[in-house]
Design a protein around this ligand. Structure first.
Ligand SMILES: [Zn+2]
Length: 313
């Protein structure tokens, strides 16, 4: 059996407004991802017996009592809650050490209070990691980071979109990540001084999955909204890897119509134009296809294996 870790980054809507240079979202939609998307994931994962990892943005969970309750229930049900920073700054990797400690530490405390146990895993906003971020995580005893995304197609598309936005004078809050990530191993490894190459660190890096060869992103954005043929090809290609770190986003199960997302964002975020039901069916089909061949494990369990034995088993 291969191992699949399903993770969901719970980026609040303000992240998407920021990426597209749109200012702040309407107040009533501030917690729409926790309120609307999270229960949909919980229900689907329960039916498919998936124990997932939810990467929580600390400030969002701290400000929404209903969302925090739902997260606490997920933790009781055997899901893992991981740290996705406190305010999701896209420039996290470039901040000074005190600011990084603040971002990691505040989210750490919020998540520990919700889950009843301290988080052991981290995912950086925008997949951008640095030596300083790893130092902060190791000092706190984190067992793994899962931020490296060694995908050329993703990097080039992102650079293209950001370049076009700046040409028309729109300011994105997004940051083009460290290009060293493109040369990082695609499978779990123990980093060294650099987060992007093998070494002797006690902390494990669990890269977000890309296909063998072309390193096409094997993430929700490329599996849930695009045509079925794309999904089938990506899942087929992933059979060439023994471990599948399947990263989803909360917004993957948000519907523009169903959840009242303003047209200003829908116009710029193509996956919001796909009906919710269609995306739910695509994710169901993905899990159905993986279930016979994969064991679903939270990322923390995979990190344990890699620490103990040097590989996923
Ligand atoms: Zn994020």
């Amino acid at each position: 059996m291969r191992v699949c870790s399903v993770s969901v980054d719970l980026d609040p809507l303000s992240c998407y407004y920021g990426i597209h240079g749109l200012g702040a979202p309407p107040r009533e939609l501030a917690h729409v991802v926790l309120r609307r998307a999270l229960p949909r994931f919980a229900e689907m994962f329960a039916r498919h017996r998936v124990h997932a990892t939810f990467f929580v943005v600390g400030s969002d969970a701290a400000a929404d009592v209903a969302g925090a309750k739902q997260l606490a229930q997920l933790a009781r049900d055997g899901h893992e809650l991981g740290n996705h920073s406190h305010t999701h700054p896209y420039e996290l990797a470039r901040l000074d050490k005190a600011a990084i400690e603040d971002e990691v530490g505040r989210a750490h405390d919020v998540i520990a209070a919700i889950a009843g146990t301290a988080p052991v895993g981290f995912r950086a906003p925008g997949y951008d990691i640095s030596e300083r971020v790893l130092d902060v995580l190791m000092a706190r005893g984190y067992r793994y980071d899962s931020s490296v995304f060694p995908s050329w197609p993703y990097y080039l598309l992102k650079a293209g979109v950001m370049g076009m936005m700046s040409m028309v004078g729109r300011k994105s809050r997004s940051v083009l990540g460290d290009p060293r990530a493109l040369f990082a191993p695609a499978m779990p490894y123990r980093p060294g001084r650099s987060p992007f190459s093998r070494g002797q660190s006690t902390l494990v890096e669990l890269p977000v999955s890309t296909t063998p060869g072309l390193r096409v992103p094997a993430i929700g954005t490329w599996l849930v909204a695009p045509p079925t043929a794309v999904r089938v090809r990506i899942l087929e290609a992933m059979r060439g890897r023994s471990f599948f770190n399947l990263e989803l986003h909360g917004i993957d199960l948000i519907g523009a119509e169903e959840d009242g997302i303003p047209s200003e964002l829908v116009a710029r975020q193509p996956d919001l134009r796909v009906p919710l039901l269609q995306k739910q069916r695509a994710l169901e089909a993905t899990l159905d296809r993986l279930a016979p061949e994969y064991t679903f494990s939270p990322l923390a369990d995979v990190a344990n294996d890699v620490q103990r034995e040097g590989h996923v088993h």
